[in-house]
Design a protein around this ligand. Sequence first.
Ligand code: PEP
Ligand code: MN
Length: 276
Amino acid sequence: MYTMKELKLARIEAQNGQKTVVAVGSLRIGRDFVIMAGPCAVESEEQTLSIARKVKKSGAHILRGGAFKPRTSPYSFQGLGEKGLEILKKAKEETGLPVISEVMDSRQIEAVSACADILQVGSRNMQNYTLLKELGKVKKPIMLKRGMNASLEDWLNSAEYLLAGGNPNVILCERGIRTFETSMRNTLDLSIVPAAKRITHLPVIVDPSHGTGRADLIEPMCLAAIAAGADGLLIEVHNQPSCALSDQEQQISPDAFERLVPKLKKIKQLMNEIQP
Ligand code: PEP
Ligand code: MN
C-alpha cells in the first residue's frame, strides 16, 4: 500500500478520517456532488453570458471560464485577461453561479480572487511551488489540477504545499495524463479517484474534457467518473464548439449538456444507493 507518510496535512489520518468539505456559497464540495461547466475560455460577454444562462438552467452549480489561458503556442489566443474577469463577474451577478477561473501567476492572484470563488491551478502549474506557496496564504478555495505527468504522490505533495501554507480549502482535479495513446488528447486516469481517496481527505473532481480532448467521450467518462467516486465534474461547454478560440474538439454544446445532466443525476443516485 502507498501510505505517503511524508504528507502531514493531506493524509486522511491528519483529520481523523474526516473528509474535507469546501464551502463555496451554499455549496459544500466534498459533501454535495458538484457540476462545474462553462467555456474553455471567456471569449466575449455575449458568449459567456449565453453559456452561463444555459448551463445554470440545465443544473450546473459552478461556472467555469478561463480569462488567463495557458496555451502551448504563444501565437494562440491567450485569453481576455482582466476583461475576461469582468465578464465572469457579470455572468455571476446575473446567474448567481459561483465562478472558477485559472490563476497562472502570483501577479494574477488579486485580480482573479476579486471575481472568482475558486482559483484554479492548471496542470502546467501543479509543480510551480512559488505559486503554490502564494496560494497557501489565500483563503479562497483552490482547485489543483493534476500535472499531466504527475504521480499521485507528486500531486498530493503539491496539495500539501497549499495546506502547509495555511489554506485548508483545497480541491483536487484529475484531468488526464500523457501516455503513448494518440487517439485521445490525454488518458483520463479514473483509477486515481479511488486511489487518491484512500490516502487523502480532499475532494476529487474529474475533468473529462481535458482528460480526453474529445466531445464524443464526455458522456461515458462522466458516468464512469461518478461510478469511480468523483465528488464532481468539470465539463467544458461552448455555444458554438466548432468556432471556439480554444479546445474546439472537446467542448460540448449547451444542448448536449442539458441532455447529459439528468443521466449524471441518475448514476449519482444509483451510487448513493449501492455505496451510501
Ligand atoms: C483549463 O481547465 O482551462 C485548463 C487549461 O486545463 P489543464 O490545466 O488541465 O490543461
Ligand atoms: Mn480548455
